[in-house]
Every structure is written in C-alpha cells, then in structure tokens.
Design a protein around this ligand. Sequence first.
Ligand SMILES: [Mg+2]
Length: 124
Amino acid sequence: MENLRILVVDDVFTNRFLLSELIRMTGNEAVLAENGERAIEILKNQPIHLVFMDIEMPVMNGVETTQYIRKEMDPPLNLIPIIALTAHNPELFFEDFSDVGFDELITKPYSIEKIRDKIRTLVP
Ligand SMILES: [Mg+2]
C-alpha cells in the first residue's frame, strides 16, 4: 500500500524525523504533530489514513489522545488505525494498549520492514 498520508505524533523531534524518513521510504507521506492536541487538529482538517502515536507527551499524551479519537470523534475518523510507539515489551503491554484503543504497537528500534509490515496489517 502506497501514497497513504500517515500522521506521526511524537514530542521528540528526532523520533518524528526518523519515523517520517522511514515512512517516506515505504512510498507514503508523513504528516507530523508534536502532541495529541495538534494531532486532533490535523485529523479534523486533513485526510489521514493511519496514525503512529507516541505514549508519553506533554499537553495531551498518547493514551488520552487515542481515547479522545475513539470516543469523541465522528465516524469514520474514530475508527482510524492507530499504532502505539513504545519502548515497552509488547507481550506484556499489548492487552492494556488494545483496551485503550490502539490497533497495534511498534517498539524501538524502528526499521523500514517493521513500518511496512504494520502499514500492510492495518491498511488493506
Ligand atoms: Mg514522548
């Protein structure tokens, strides 16, 4: 799947930069946000197909943002695929994350293969 618009939400500039480069290498476009509040603003105003969401961020963190998208936003925006960005062990934390509303989880170090794989899983 190519030519998707993918939103990267992370408060750390280097993380946003690295992920956006990897996304471009998969043939898709990256749109960047530094916190959840900005991410919601972008989702309301631009077509986005998929979201990569950091957990720990100032202003509005990844859990709060995902819950807001799932509960407060109108369909079909509330159903947008959201991938959590985390350093935690996915086997230990995935159940909690899916309860919050994440579809998938990706752990560091990020690679083009991991990114491509998650995109293929969530955007048929
Ligand atoms: Mg962070």
